[in-house]
Design a binder for this molecule. Sequence first.
Ligand code: KG4
Ligand code: ZN
Length: 340
Amino acid sequence: MEKEVKILAIESSCDETAAAVVVNGRDVRSNVISSQIDIHTLYGGVVPEIASRNHIERINQVIEEALKKADTTLEEIDAIGVTYGPGLVGALLVGVAEAKALAYAAKKPLIPVHHIEGHISANYIENKELKPPFLCLVVSGGHTHLVKVLDYGKYEILGKTRDDAAGEAFDKVARAIGLGYPGGPKIEKVSHKGNPDAISFPRAKVGKDEYDFSFSGLKSAVLNYLNSCKMKDIEINQADVAASFQKAVSDVLVDHVNHALNEFKMDKFAIAGGVASNGVIREALREACEKKGVEFYHPSPILCTDNGAMIGAAAYYDYLAGIRADLSLNAIPNLKLGEK
Ligand code: KG4
Ligand code: ZN
């Protein structure tokens, strides 16, 4: 029988303080997330300094609760996994310092985890049969990557965003049309009342790097549209703007994925990151996959946005690969995928 490896995973790269206990990368025993969204909503976005301070206040409690909910103790844990990049440096440092202290005190191996690798690995939790190779689209607040997952821990980046990440565009457009923070879920909600074909926003093509993305042009087109309405004294229809913007993002994502599926003939596709919790985008990608007979995977919404369970899933495969950090582990805010 497979040996049980029980990992305590810690995530604090942005505005969620999270910890989880995950067995063999796929069996989530607890997944505790303390969101700071309410606090940052007051400021219209994440304030790094406030995020760090709140992580410090909450992290011990979140870890204790994760251990308790999993009905286990630090002594019974086999290894501690922690996100060390990319993300906000002050926020990352809180998780890294905590993980190092626990690993030292309890004499447990420490596993450094890449945040994006965590998002990708969220797909393993509910899809026990999913194994590399597969194509994965990571769409979050900080990143937009189209990646070939060649094996556990082995990635080939086909394309990424040249400017804004997909989630960032959602957040900026939401602010511009008066929906506030966090933009993604709010745009999705009002979009259901709008017409996705009401306004024709551009679908950006990026030169010769066919798999790269660009969302700043789309964001500017929305801002220009809003300005021109204002000048002409035309009242904007928030739901139509939201639905049309969301459709433009979705079309670009589907187009890139279709193109990669055609070129690389992969038979499995997964979506990951906060924007993957968007039902309209998810269904458009599912339909594209079904048309090609490609198996479609996605994490449930709570595993799409930042959480500890996804870090525990990624940490397990790193653990099996023998990846360990010592107490000199530092936070790396701009860590690239595939760089350890
Ligand atoms: O993955 P995540 O929790 O954090 C990062 O690693 O960035 O992603 C957060 C991003 C935010 O930009 C948020 O607006 C977006 O994901 N998001 C959504 C939805 N839920 C969250 N975007 C579109 N539709 C949603 N339902
Ligand atoms: Zn994230």
